[in-house]
Design a binder for this molecule. Structure first.
Ligand code: TXA
Ligand code: MG
Length: 331
């Protein structure tokens, strides 16, 4: 398959026929965008080096940035990575679900994950997703599936079918229309070392959720040689510059509000009722809509209300800081 050629991207339904077709394409080395409970993923067979190359090329992702490998169950996780007590405890509590664990990879992992999927590292990021469509495809394929978020590298993550379509139509083999992703932000990523875990990327599963277990937590990774662009300054960027922690928009700005949109102001509300989980679910899709609205309304910037730094709000603020990084250099 050659990505320089325009492909006919199949639109698949969220049903048995769609799931069958998506599984066939993945097994034969193609790329399919599939909904997960967090965000849409750009999926390929994690044992096929050519298919993995296609992911990197299509996203414009640097090859030093490893992918998350998705598997069906705990047995598959520990066929690939070494067991440890903390990982076992957390797996029974949070999987299937929006948690990714970076674990030490077994040398003779089975099935064999191709080196380029994990950038040649000795660690591997693993997740058992909860979304029923993704789970059926994992079961049907009977393969580990590599799935980065379905967006161009550094740009806005996609959580709606329409946004995946506008990013990848003509570039990948198929997209499953599975509606909006219920959580709306990428999984929490943790790295486990001895009796300590580091949160590499915050998400729906918070530090407090993890704290109920028997170990210490550091927010900043002590791990050497771990590359996580979630830790890069600029990431998740819309086209329009952002201004964070704004009370009201200026004349040339749109507003992304937390709570109802004030009368007479042009913008979008993340949650009319100030619900932090609803705000997370709407974050990326609202920014995509505001990019369009900025052109129509001839506005230059998106002003964003302060977001409470509680629960999944920590992850929202982390994403917003990175999304605003380039903009903040301009102010
Ligand atoms: O919710 C999610 O996690 C979504 C869905 C599709 O599952 N996937 C996702 O993948 O967000 P991606 O590629 O956009 O983000 C994966 C992050 C990257 O920041 C990558 O650097 C990090 O995981 N990562 C992968 N392997 C790693 C490793 N061995 N050590 C540290 N970070 C790793
Ligand atoms: Mg991503």
């Amino acid at each position: 398959m050659n990505i320089s050629k325009i492909k006919k991207t199949e639109i698949l339904s969220n049903n048995e026929i769609g799931i069958d077709r998506a599984s066939t394409i993945i097994k034969s080395g193609g790329l399919v965008a599939i909904p997960t409970e967090t965000v849409y993923g750009l999926c390929a067979d994690a044992t096929n080096p050519d298919a993995i190359n296609l992911i990197y090329q299509t996203k414009g992702r640097p090859p030093i940035n490893p992918l998350i490998i998705h598997v069906f169950d705990n047995k598959s996780v520990f066929d690939i990575a070494h067991k440890n007590k903390i990982a076992e405890d957390l797996s029974s509590k949070f999987w299937p679900g929006p948690l990714t664990m970076v674990l030490k990879k077994k040398i003779n992992n089975k099935p064999s994950i191709t080196k380029n999927a994990i950038s040649g590292l000795k660690t591997i990021a693993l997740r058992i997703p909860a979304h029923p469509v993704f789970r059926k495809i994992l079961k049907k394929c009977n393969l580990p599936i590599a799935a980065p978020s379905a967006n161009l590298s550094g740009k806005l993550t996609t959580t709606r079918f329409e946004d995946v379509l506008s990013n990848f139509s003509g570039k990948i083999d198929a997209i499953i229309d599975g509606g909006p992703c219920p959580i709306g932000l990428e999984s929490t990523i943790i790295y486990i070392h001895e009796k300590n875990i580091s949160i590499l990327r915050p998400g729906k599963i918070t530090e407090d959720d993890l704290l109920n277990n028997d170990f210490s937590i550091t927010k900043k990774s002590k791990a050497k040689k771990i590359i996580s662009p979630g830790q890069l300054n600029s990431h998740y960027c819309p086209k329009t510059p952002l201004r964070l922690n704004a009370k009201m928009p200026n004349l040339n700005e749109l507003l992304l509000s937390f709570g109802p949109l004030p009368k007479g102001i042009v913008g979008i509300s993340l949650s009319e009722v100030s619900d932090i989980n609803e705000a997370a679910m709407n974050l990326y899709s609202s920014l995509a809509d505001l990019d369009e609205l900025a052109i129509i309304e001839n506005k230059k910037t998106i002003a964003i209300h302060p977001i409470p730094n509680k629960g999944i709000g920590v992850a929202i603020n982390e994403r917003l800081l990175r999304a605003a990084y380039k903009s903040s250099n301009k102010f």
